[in-house]
Design a protein around this ligand. Structure first.
Ligand code: VAH
Length: 318
């Protein structure tokens, strides 16, 4: 059985559905602090209400099911974390410890835990950021991801726990709304392009950030988790990359489909967070160790996003 903690989130909801397609609905347990709103997620397989800070509930779950793999995705993201720093640290770190310790105790074969480009900070080289480099994150989220990476490597080296991780760029998908991220403008913009034809962006027009379309993020996660253990050379977290773009470039790509689309810019506190992150990532280690290659570029993602969002909005409208 596979457990997905944080199964209702932007990544978790799509990863759970993909895992159910791979392993069979009944073999993938979705767990989150509250029940799924999405019908397909709610109706397709087992759901367990779990607060990842409650190690007793986790232990109860592990005795009810025999978990072979655990995907631990529950976390407070960058922008939200800055509003509740101490809670963000507690949830991100104590949640990770509870899962790592449960996995050790229950002899779980593999654990997945997401890191982020947020582990990099203002002193990190911003172009083609290397796999090993200066990391001085200045958001609580980034600090917790940097500390989490160190702990994942520690549990691998000291206890032999096969825990694997990816430093995701901003993730963009049409099935689930993101929650509290700095890169979320790149999801909101597509919704607004269809709903109102205009978008006020909370980042400046030339804010370049590494980004990835959800199908590529799912492919990377599953390729990493299905690679043989001996090919995984990086045990803190792999850099991962697909494309980099700015709000102005997204707007231009959207205008190819919706000529009248208008974007305005009103940077807010998230601008400082975005300015502390890399503009492009060197993911050659992921390419070499387990054959990573992305599929979607900005134009391919834009076409797919608009087609699917339009379909979803028409279905919801009826
Ligand atoms: C965030 N979407 O904005 C997440 C991610 C790289 C960005 O970590 O916080």
């Amino acid at each position: 059985t596979v457990l997905v903690i944080g199964a209702c989130g932007q990544l978790g909801s799509e990863l759970t559905m993909e895992l159910r397609r791979m392993y069979g609905d009944a073999n993938v347990v979705a767990a989150d602090i509250s029940a799924p709103k999405q019908a397909d997620l709610r109706e397709s397989g087992p759901f367990e209400k779990v607060d990842v800070l409650d190690s007793n509930v986790l232990a109860g779950l592990a005795s009810k099911y025999k978990f072979k793999h655990i995907y631990h995705l529950a976390a407070v993201l960058s922008a939200t974390g800055e509003k509740n720093p101490k809670f963000a640290w507690k949830l991100n770190m104590d949640g990770l410890f509870n899962v790592l310790d449960l996995a050790l105790k229950q002899k779980v074969e593999r654990v997945y835990w997401p890191s982020s480009i947020a582990v990099f900070g203002p002193s990190t080289p911003r172009q083609h950021t290397p796999q090993q480099t200066v990391m001085d994150p200045n958001t609580v989220y980034g600090i917790s991801k940097q500390a989490g990476e160190r702990w994942c490597e520690y549990y691998f080296q000291k206890y032999g726990l096969d825990v694997r991780s990816l430093r995701y760029p901003g993730l963009i998908g049409y099935k689930a709304l993101p929650g509290g991220g700095t890169t979320d403008y790149a999801v909101d913009i597509y919704h607004q392009a269809l709903e109102s034809g205009k978008y006020e962006c909370f980042l400046g027009e030339d804010t370049y950030l590494p980004m990835m379309y959800m199908p590529d993020a799912l492919k990377a996660t599953l390729d990493l988790m299905h690679a043989p253990a001996e090919s995984i050379k990086v045990r803190d977290s792999y850099n991962l990359s697909a494309m980099s773009f700015s709000p102005k470039e997204v707007a231009t790509a959207i205008k190819k489909h919706i000529p009248g689309f208008e974007i305005t810019y009103k940077p807010d506190s998230r601008q400082q967070i975005a300015d502390s992150w890399p503009q492009s990532i060197d993911d050659s280690a992921a390419q070499q160790d387990w054959g990573w290659t992305p599929t979607y570029d900005l134009d391919a993602m834009t076409g797919d996003m608009l087609v699917n969002l339009k379909k979803m909005k028409q279905e919801q409208a009826v």
